[in-house]
Design a binder for this molecule. Structure first.
Ligand SMILES: [Zn+2]
Ligand SMILES: [Zn+2]
Length: 142
């Protein structure tokens, strides 16, 4: 690929361009695919036709991350906080920690199982469905 700051050819995985020291994808002055000079507002390269829109296609809320958090840290409600459901996260945390203390850990186990089920549900959904139901929508439980 080409550095989007100076147009020099750089390695695909380079963190910084050896020519100018800038992160190669952080600027928009050149096409990363052909090195052609571009206008920062351009959405596609006029020379090679490649898309110049942001390559960050993953939204801030990642299905995989939410699912794994639910499975691994579900008893603490971390996946709820991750999805922005703070109220539900606090409920899970309180039931798990305070409830767990008075029930000799049974509360934490139950909440952990809920988190596990929710994590698996997240992972079985398609990216599009996950986004629609949990990110755009506000389905807070299951
Ligand atoms: Zn450069
Ligand atoms: Zn190009």
């Amino acid at each position: 690929m080409y550095c989007r700051n100076c147009g020099k050819e750089v390695d695909e995985h380079a963190v910084a361009c050896p020519g100018c020291g800038v992160a190669p994808k952080s600027q928009k002055k050149f096409c990363f695919n052909c090195g052609q000079e571009t206008n920062p507002a351009q959405v596609i390269c006029t020379k090679c036709g490649v898309s110049l829109a942001s390559t960050l296609s993953l939204g801030p809320k990642n299905k995989l991350v939410a699912g794994l958090l639910g499975i691994l840290l579900g008893s603490l409600g971390i996946h709820k906080f991750y999805l922005g459901y703070n109220k539900e996260g606090i409920i899970m945390l309180v039931v798990s920690v305070a409830g767990g203390m008075v029930t000799c850990g049974a509360g934490s186990v139950v909440v952990g199982i809920i988190g596990l089920i929710e994590g698996i549900l997240y992972l079985t959904k398609s990216d599009e469905e996950f986004d629609r139901v949990y990110v755009q929508g506000t389905k807070t439980w299951f």
